[in-house]
Design a binder for this molecule. Structure first.
Ligand SMILES: [Zn+2]
Length: 68
C-alpha cells in the first residue's frame, strides 16, 4: 500500500492525520489540513499549482513538486 494512505502522522508537523490528509503542493509530503492551510497562504503557492498544471498538460503525472 502507498505510504500516503498508511502513514498516521503529518510529514511536516508530526500531528495526527485523523481529520484528513492531503498531498503537499511543493513535494511528496503527506500533510495534515492545518499544514495545507499554511501552504495556501504562501506567496508562491499559486506558482506551485501552476507548475503542476503545466507538468500534467505535458503528460508528466509523476511530477514531484517544485521543491521535490
Ligand atoms: Zn501538519
Amino acid at each position: 500500500m502507498d505510504k500516503f494512505f498508511t502513514q498516521k502522522t503529518c510529514s511536516r508537523c508530526g500531528g495526527s492525520l485523523k481529520n484528513g490528509r492531503t498531498m503537499s503542493m511543493y513535494n511528496q509530503d503527506c500533510i495534515c489540513l492545518g499544514c495545507k492551510d499554511k501552504e495556501r497562504r504562501r506567496s508562491d503557492y499559486k506558482e506551485a499549482v501552476e507548475a503542476e498544471h503545466e507538468e500534467i498538460k505535458k503528460g508528466n503525472y509523476n511530477y514531484k513538486g517544485i521543491k521535490g
